[in-house]
Structure formats: C-alpha cells, structure tokens
Design a binder for this molecule. Structure first.
Ligand SMILES: [Zn+2]
Length: 364
C-alpha cells in the first residue's frame, strides 16, 4: 500500500463531514461517543463506545473494532493500548477506536447477543430488524460507511487458541494491500462468512481485514503486542503515522485450511504448538486411553503450519484437535530457514512461546 494510493482514496471525493451518534467531529478533535442502538427493559439506552481521533489534516479514515464476539477480549486489549497506553500521533486522517462491539456479550461472557444471534453474521443489519441486526446497522451506517479501511480483531472459539493470522479477501487489491501492510506471517485468503462485517463492508467498497489471535476470556500481552504492531504498520503504510512498518520474518498467503479431528476418545498429549511447521504424516498429538495402555496418533494430513489448536486436553470422536494452514512442500523449507533467522525480540516468536506456555507439549 503506497502513500499515493492511500491518499487518493482518502483525499478524494467522499470527504463529507464526519457525524457519529449525532455529533459532528471536526479536524483536530478527539471525542468519546456513545452510539445508541437499543434500550434495556427498563428503558435505559444501550450504546457502543466509540472514540474518534481526527488529525488536523484530512486523510484516510480507519476504524479498529474489538469484541465483536463477546468473549473475545484480545481486541479490546489492542484498542485499549492505542487509546490509553500509547496513543499514536496522527499526521493526517481519522482513527475510530471501538474497544467493544458486542456490549451485551461481554457482560454475559458469551460470544452471542441476548437474542442468540451471532453479530458477525448479521451485517449490514437493519434499523427495523432484530436486536442484533440493529446493532450491526448502527455500526455499519455510522462507522463502517464513513470510513475507508477497517481492522476487526477476533480470537479463537472457546477451548481453542489461534496463532496470530490475518483473514482477508486477497482477490480485492485494496484489501490485499491492507492485509500485507499489517505484517502478519500468515495471511489466510477468504471472503468471510455471509453476514460478517468484513464481507458486508467489501460490498460497499470499504476494505476490512480480520485479525485472529489467541484465545477467549483473556487479554494476552503478546497477542496485544502483535495486534498493536500490525495496526501501527497499517497506519504507517497509509501515511497516517510517522515511521517505517516493521516487516515479519516471512509472510505467506494461505488458501486452504484443514481441521484434524480425533476418531477415538481419550486424553491428548500434544506434540505441536501454534505456529509450528508440520509435515504430511507428522504426529501432532497422541491420544491415550484413560489407563494409558491404548495409544493412537493424530497425524497431519498435509504440509503446513499450525494455525490453531484445542486447549482442551481430552477429546472425543469428531473433536477438533488441530487447524492446519496448508502450504506447498517447497515453501516449508524456505519458511523453516526464515524462522530460524527470526531475531530474539521477534513478536511472532514471542507470541508463539506464550501461546504454548499453558499447554503441555511433549517431545515424541
Ligand atoms: Zn470472533
């Protein structure tokens, strides 16, 4: 993403006044807003917290969203860092920070909304629809449609963890540019599920990428570090923040993923951790019978890299154990070389160590 490309989008024709939650935010202003989309049974307003920071100079408008799924808190950590700990100095443009989208889900420690819907399947939503549809509509019309780019932060589903990766429609050049600029090692190509924020945003010409990292109910420091670095990389590429983007040791595009599932019930002994390279036929885990006598191996059906895995050390037939991003065999040795050359302070190396600290990884 070159500066020139960024400024064409940003300083082109669609610079209407920025009005969110009924408030006009002018250049050079910072505003903490409450975007209402519903009411409680007692008639109190239910709102999404939205922080808007505008530079003095016009430029791209970028939104960052966390906690779309109410139990995925890492994104709140990333947004909080940029909001409170270390707010970036904006040279131009507008940063819209939304620490929590699913304000109901976070209160109840659940992914879903109270009407049992998944908010990330209800975009673009409707002002007259269900509760979740109204939440989606408020975010979509007041934030997404007034922005030029977006990054939506997620974590793995319950009882799983994800090696940090970006999900993006790599066939759309501006989205692909944003995905590359973020600087994750793994970029998984997909359009996103129907009704997801990023797919609906693509429908109105706003490139949005998803970051998947870590597990639920935690703000993991090194996952946050990776998220903050990626967000700043993207802002630098857009010319909104001063500095040179930090490149990952390698970056690969992933087109296919495969879940490795158990055929037996038992206790799991893990041999591979998130971010590990695995070869076809390599043993990922051993399933032990409860007395330890029976043992079966779970092997990788493909060459690839561990994108995610279960954190639950017991499994039943059909249970997902490992999520493998498939890679061509020749890429594997290239990546292996580059992984060995990663500096000690490499954030991906560090997050890989952290993600594996609460899981027993056994040598085979
Ligand atoms: Zn999610």
């Amino acid at each position: 993403m070159t500066h020139a490309a960024a400024s064409t989008t940003a300083e082109g024709t669609r610079r209407k006044p920025l009005i969110i939650a009924g408030e006009r935010i002018r250049l050079g202003q910072k505003r903490a807003l409450r975007l209402q989309f519903g009411e409680t049974y007692l008639g109190n307003p239910v709102t999404i917290p939205v922080y808007v920071h505008r530079a003095r100079k016009n430029g791209p408008r970028v939104f960052l969203t966390g906690v779309m799924h109410g139990d995925e808190l890492n994104g709140m950590g990333v947004v909080r860092h940029l909001l409170v700990e270390d707010p970036p100095k904006l040279l131009k443009g507008t940063l819209v920070l939304i620490p929590v989208v699913n304000v109901y889900g976070i209160e109840r420690h659940t992914r879903y909304m109270p009407d049992r819907r998944d908010p990330n399947r209800c975009f673009p939503g409707s002002a007259t629809g269900s509760l979740t549809s109204r939440l989606a509509n408020a975010l979509f019309t007041e934030v997404v449609q007034q922005c030029d780019y977006g990054i939506d932060f997620h974590s793995a589903a319950l009882q799983r963890t994800n090696y940090p990766n970006v999900r993006a429609d790599m066939r759309d050049p501006p989205t692909a540019a944003l995905a590359r600029a973020f600087g994750a090692e793994l970029v998984v190509h997909s359009k996103g599920p129907r009704g997801s924020l990023r797919r609906a945003a693509a429908g109105v010409g706003v490139p949005v990428i998803v970051v998947e990292a870590g597990e639920v109910w935690k703000i993991e420091p090194r996952v946050v570090a990776v998220g903050v670095r990626g967000a700043l990389n993207a802002l630098m590429a857009l010319g909104m923040v001063r500095g040179e983007p930090e490149q990952p040791a390698f970056q690969v595009a992933v087109n296919k993923k495969v879940w490795v599932r158990a055929d037996q019930g038992g206790i799991l002994g893990f041999h591979a951790k998130p971010g590990d390279l695995v070869r076809e036929g390599e043993t990922l885990a051993t399933i032990y019978g409860i007395f330890g006598r029976e043992q079966t191996s779970l092997t990788s059906p493909v060459n690839g890299i561990v994108l995610g895995m279960t954190t639950m050390p017991a499994i039943a037939p059909g249970g997902p154990a490992y999520h493998i991003a498939r890679l061509p065999k020749r890429k594997l040795s290239q990546i292996q070389r580059k992984m060995r050359q990663r500096p000690k302070v490499d954030p991906y190396q560090q997050v890989q160590q952290d993600l594996a600290t609460s899981i027993t990884i056994q040598e085979q």
